[in-house]
Design a protein around this ligand. Structure first.
Ligand code: COA
Length: 464
């Protein structure tokens, strides 16, 4: 049985920090953020928003737009790394909010859990729900997978400029209008790592930034190797001499903690795919230098990062490689459109990959490209660490969904924060009743109980 994404809805907080204002305040060159990392704005949650209400707002959008009743939904999964409680799942908050609109107990038949594995958990949630549908357990019902996060780093840290917030709800069923997943090719890699983690009780993560960048690339590459084997075995891709499997994938969507990480991931994969192909000689000639090799090619991530000579040369080679006409053509055709939304919104952790997918659909469609039958490859990464690589094909009815996509309209009128307001929100100096904006057709957080017997209980309201 088929399974895939029928529709996709986003909810992005309307407050944002401008990257130039932010860089200036932190004494960083604004060009570093704009060009070096690809960040122009970061969405910031108001003091009356949390990951649960972001998720509920995305869910409500997808249900209303498709006129879906709670009785049509068999499963509602929420994937997040911004969990609110060590025990109570984010789903229960979301269902509580949705029942304010659809009526008490309207979701009582609906199963689901909160999923956690840093930024990759949404992909595991999609895979598990796709398999629930493929197994025939859905009995005609839909599944909703919501990915919702607030990417928040310590003030003054280098992670602070890779923040953002938002939620994406994806409607899954056995007759998807948008994208049907390829079966039996989804591949994973996993390893115990401390590249980025958030110990209990700590609001912001402990991050080893450069280590996490390299680990991301290595883990995605491992999952990609397993994907390649399966894609050839199942026959979804038939390769000729001198080709790479990437020649047969029309679009790539990568996990995007910041927009330029997509470019890094693409060049990492392409260099390793193209090295053994006849085209490599021509490409290296264009760079005018030999591709460098680390002192210890089988070394650890630490030893490679510590090999300063290699890191410097490799950085230089990579820059030249990304200027070659082969890389440029690949980048423009298969990746560039997926990076646009990330620059406008920032890091969404679990939702970043799917914001990229949404971005690619909208901006490729705007270019007038016919998307039916195009294959999307997804490279998902979660620190800690695990990667998942999978793919799917755009379905004949995709225009029903994509025609109406308009990122700016869907976000709504955005409000630029002053650095003072941003810092007060960041440091939790404002209560839900001191929010900057009033909610409109959305759920907001009203209060969080402090008394010992009810500590942590959250109340939400739907603002008309
Ligand atoms: N003008 C233009 N570009 C500039 C610049 C300037 N003045 N200064 C720096 N840059 C470029 C750098 O060359 C680099 O680009 P490159 O990697 O293509 O060479 C980019 O800007 C970032 O600079 P870098 O010095 O590497 O940034 P950083 O040490 O401040 O940290 C992160 C960047 C991403 C590691 C940091 O923001 C972080 O830890 N983020 C959170 C963790 C994360 O997102 N991990 C990703 C994997 S999940």
């Amino acid at each position: 049985m088929a399974a895939g994404i029928d529709d996709i809805a986003i909810y992005i907080p309307r407050l944002f920090v401008d990257s130039t204002d932010f860089a200036t305040a932190r004494g960083v060159d604004p060009v570093k953020l704009k060009q070096g990392l690809g960040i122009s704005r970061m969405a910031i949650v108001d003091s009356n928003q949390d990951p649960a209400c972001l998720a509920a707002n995305a869910c409500l959008k997808i249900m209303q737009r498709n006129k879906i009743a709670p009785s049509d939904i068999g499963r509602l999964y929420v994937a997040t790394e911004s969990s609110l409680d060590e025990s109570k799942a984010l789903n229960s908050y979301v269902i509580g909010m949705l029942e304010q609109v659809y009526g008490d107990d309207s979701f009582e038949h609906c199963g689901g859990i909160e999923c956690k594995f840093a930024c990759v958990s949404g992909s595991y949630a999609l895979y598990d729900n796709a398999n629930w549908i493929r197994a025939g357990e859905a009995e005609g019902k839909h599944a909703i997978v919501v990915v919702s996060d607030i990417a928040k780093y310590d003030m003054g840290s280098s992670g602070e400029y890779t923040q953002g917030a938002g939620a994406i709800a994806m409607l899954l069923n056995d007759n998807p209008r948008l994208l049907q997943f390829d079966s039996k090719v989804t591949s994973t890699s996993i390893k115990n790592e401390y590249d980025f983690y958030r110990p209990f009780g700590k609001e912001t993560p402990i991050v080893h930034g450069q280590y996490s960048n390299l680990l991301y690339l290595i883990q995605v590459k491992k999952a990609f190797e397993a994907y390649k084997k399966k894609a050839l075995e199942t026959g979804i891709v038939k390769m000729k001499e001198g080709e790479t499997i990437l020649d047969h994938i029309d679009y790539l969507c990568m996990h995007l903690p910041y927009s330029n990480m997509g470019k890094k991931a693409l060049s990492y994969l392409l260099r390793r795919e193209w090295r053994s192909l006849p085209r490599w000689k021509r490409i290296v000639e264009q760079t005018g230098m030999e591709e460098p090799v680390p002192k210890d090619p089988r070394g650890t991530i630490e030893s490679i990062l510590a090999d300063e000579e290699y890191m410097g040369n490799d950085h230089q080679f990579n820059k030249l490689f990304t200027k070659t006409k082969e890389y440029q053509a690949f980048y423009e055709d298969k990746l560039a459109s997926s990076l646009i939304a990330s620059s406008m919104i920032g890091n969404l952790y679990t939702a970043s990959l799917y914001l990229g997918f949404r971005s690619c659909l909208e901006f490729e469609f705007q270019k007038g490209v016919e998307l039916e039958g195009k294959r999307f490859g997804f490279g998902s990464y979660g620190s800690g660490s695990s990667a998942m690589v999978f793919s799917g094909v755009v379905q004949p009815s995709y225009k029903e969904i994509v025609t109406n996509m308009n990122l700016e309209a869907e976000i709504g009128e955005r409000v630029k924060l002053s650095l003072k307001d941003y810092e007060e929100i960041h440091e939790n100096k404002r209560t839900p009743t001191e929010s900057m904006l009033n909610g409109k057709n959305e759920f907001v957080l009203v209060s969080v109980e402090k008394a010992p017997e009810s500590r942590g209980e959250r109340k939400y309201a739907f603002c008309q």
